[in-house]
Design a protein around this ligand. Structure first.
Ligand SMILES: Cc1ncc(COP(=O)(O)O)c(C=O)c1O
Length: 379
């Protein structure tokens, strides 16, 4: 199987000495991202201040993220984390007794569930759907719990645990049939699974830069559809959420009509500069092509794991999983360390090792990681 992105490997220096397969946690550093960070530091050192350049970086990152998901720059706000994005969105909602439920899965990233639970003093209740690893009908399972009492349907597009996908269009339809808002956590899918927010009817979507988006922590993008943005007003805000942030009028609280109303304080400018470079690279390659390669690598990981008697936790159906293949092992954290010593950077969560390649990884790297895992587990 020839590697369609072989020429890009030179942009990721770590690949010369290690197989970084941890895109579900932190993807590999690329030279364009390193350059963007260096340029930021150089500008700061030499010019002292460069607000114009810094703001251009933020706008560039918003534009590239918008392009990645089929949205417009104005639909995108920039926050510090996906958890912050969820808190901002939920601050714009009220939870009357007749519509108080947030429907969420136990396979969602816990931080999101914590944000929903934190709304209980405001009247909300969380209805948990028991997530089942490895399934390929996550949207149907979630949708069955949505009713006319539902305010928010929380969707983890790709689960952090086993990479199982929840169909965005189907979960949006279930939410909308019952008058609920769909909130998509795309942190484990953006950059590895194509997203078209308009075609898929997404209301709200958030993703950070550190995982498949090839960036660094400290920044998350929040998309709010134009229709929802027109209805919602966040209670979490700041000067960058104003129509004219540089008007400096303490008495005037106005909001742009678009998703930009969810901006808060000074944006994370250094992570935005990194994200701008990273997203440009991703858009140049194209997420559909990336997904195609990751599916092949998933098939390799699962076949190798089966042959070696390892237990795959992720969905077998390649259409129902993202880039992460989770394999159950005892003492996963210690195994992660042992793998790193052998040149395979993978990521442990609970009772699994996640092998999460990106477009720059090869079949040999993935197969080698599974073989090394088997050696460690089987002794
Ligand atoms: C699916 C998913 N959502 C959210 C988060 C946490 O995001 P943040 O730390 O930006 O709030 C993670 C982190 O691993 C994640 O995997």
């Amino acid at each position: 199987m020839s590697h369609p992105f072989a020429e890009y490997r030179r942009l990721f220096p770590i690949l010369q000495q290690a197989a970084q397969l941890s895109s579900c946690s932190q993807s590999a550093m690329s030279l364009p991202v390193r350059d963007a960070i260096t340029q930021y530091l150089d500008g700061w050192e030499k010019r002292g201040m460069d607000w114009g350049g810094w703001m251009e970086g933020v706008a560039g990152a918003r534009a590239e993220f918008a392009r990645l998901i089929g949205a417009s720059l104005d639909d995108i706000a920039v926050l510090g984390s996906v958890s912050d994005a969820a808190s901002s969105v939920v601050s714009s909602l009220s939870f009357p007794a007749e519509r108080r439920y947030v429907v969420a899965s136990t396979l969602d990233f816990p931080s999101l569930c914590h944000v929903w639970l934190a709304q209980e003093p405001r009247g909300a209740k969380v209805r948990f759907v028991e997530g089942r690893p490895g399934v390929d009908d996550a949207a149907a399972r979630l949708s069955a719990a949505v009713a006319d009492d539902t305010a928010v349907v929380a969707v983890s597009h790709a689960s952090f645990y086993d990479g199982q996908l929840t169909d965005l269009a189907a979960s949006a339809q279930a939410a909308h049939e019952h008058g609920a808002l769909q909130f998509v956590d795309a942190y484990q899918s953006a950059g590895s699974v194509p997203i078209d927010v308009v075609a898929q009817g997404v209301d709200v979507l958030a993703a950070g830069a550190q995982k498949y988006l090839l960036g660094i922590p400290g920044i998350a993008f929040l998309y709010v559809s134009p229709a929802r943005a027109a209805q919602l007003q966040p209670a979490v805000t700041g000067w960058f959420g104003r129509v004219e942030p540089f008007a400096f009028d303490p008495r005037k609280l106005d909001f742009p009509a678009t998703g930009a109303k969810f901006n808060t304080g000074t944006p994370p400018m250094l992570p935005a500069a990194a994200a701008h470079a990273a997203l440009r690279l991703l858009n140049e390659i194209g997420v559909e092509a990336i997904q195609g390669w990751l599916r092949q690598l998933s098939a390799v990981a699962m076949a190798e794991a089966d042959a070696l008697g390892l237990e795959v936790v992720s969905p077998r159906n390649l259409d129902a999983k993202g880039g992460n293949t989770a394999i159950r092992v005892a003492g996963a954290s210690a195994v992660e360390q042992a793998m790193a010593q052998r040149g395979y950077i993978v990521s442990a969560r609970n009772d699994v090792i996640r092998i999460a390649p990106h477009f720059y990884n090869t079949v040999d790297e993935v197969a080698g990681a599974v073989r090394t895992l088997a050696e460690l587990v089987n002794g």
